[in-house]
Design a protein around this ligand. Structure first.
Ligand SMILES: NC(=O)c1ccc[n+]([C@@H]2O[C@H](COP(=O)([O-])OP(=O)(O)OC[C@H]3O[C@@H](n4cnc5c(N)ncnc54)[C@H](OP(=O)(O)O)[C@@H]3O)[C@@H](O)[C@H]2O)c1
Length: 237
């Protein structure tokens, strides 16, 4: 029986790194849920593993359910791991000037969409199945004085709440927030430039190696209900 992993936003950045990491292992069905299915680059697929692509635009509230129906037609009857990775992070600036339309869009993609994904995937999650909510250090309320990215940070903070709530509601699954570090992707490097740096400090490979290890080790007694970091440490809220 293959291990079925569904990853949103897997055509670039951390999501692509995760898709590559799982397809390179034997015995995995890696489902990449993308708003533009033809945007997936070629990845190496190990023997006994396969890559399945399905359309999912996080901005369309019905898309997660439609994607799951499509996957069922293709014979996907269970999910072992779901990584709610797709997000946007371009809402910098002080509260006094933050663009409200942009703020609302961040709320839709970073909070509502992961919840819609959770609802759609829940019936297929196996007992002990893992739902990972990709979070961020920007979500940490203690770090507010360092930050001027209210729009993005607040959405990840709210998503953390969902992750913890899902854990307490559903003792049969593993649900936790996971922060990937500050990573050299379009999003990470944009934030780095905004902070006056050339690029983000860690590579996609470093982040993905940590993330996959944390997900492998995760169970109800260790990480579920928490906000974890890619290096296996526990994050503040
Ligand atoms: N990079 C960092 O330093 C960092 C730090 C903390 C947390 N994170 C979190 O890590 C995750 C991945 O970030 P990243 O750095 O890899 O970002 P990225 O390089 O900007 O990639 C974002 C991904 O999300 C997808 N996405 C955005 N809007 C979407 C929509 N409406 N529907 C479907 N997919 C959509 C993008 O697809 P398209 O190509 O179609 O746009 C892309 O695949 C995010 O949850 C982010 O918040 C990143």
């Amino acid at each position: 029986m293959p291990t079925n992993v569904l990853i949103t936003g897997a055509n670039r950045g951390i999501g692509l790194g995760l898709a590559q990491a799982y397809t390179s292992k034997e015995g995995y069905t890696v489902i990449v849920a993308l708003r533009k299915p033809d945007s997936m680059p070629e990845v190496k697929v190990a023997s006994g593993s396969k890559l399945v692509t399905v359309k999912l635009d996080s901005g369309v509230i019905e898309d997660p359910k439609k994607a799951i129906e499509e996957l069922k037609k293709q014979g996907v009857d269970k999910l072992d791991i779901v990584i709610a990775n797709a997000a946007i992070g371009d809402c910098f600036g002080a509260l006094s000037e933050v663009d409200l339309g942009n703020f609302e869009e961040h709320w839709r993609i970073n909070v509502l969409a992961p919840l819609a994904l959770f609802q759609a995937c829940f019936p297929l999650l196996i007992k002990g199945g893992k739902f990972i909510w990709m979070s961020s250090g920007a979500s940490i309320i203690d770090r507010v004085p360092d930050k001027l990215d209210a729009g993005y940070g607040i959405t990840k903070c709210c998503m953390n709440y969902l992750a913890r709530y899902a854990h307490y509601e559903n003792p049969d699954i593993v649900s936790f927030s996971l922060s990937p570090g500050w990573v050299q992707t379009d999003m990470g490097d944009r934030g780095a430039r905004w902070a006056g740096m050339e690029k983000a400090p860690i590579t996609v490979d470093e982040s993905v190696a940590g993330i996959t290890k944390v997900i492998d080790e995760a169970n109800n007694d260790n990480y579920s209900g928490l906000h974890m970091r890619y290096d296996g440490s526990k994050s503040k809220w």
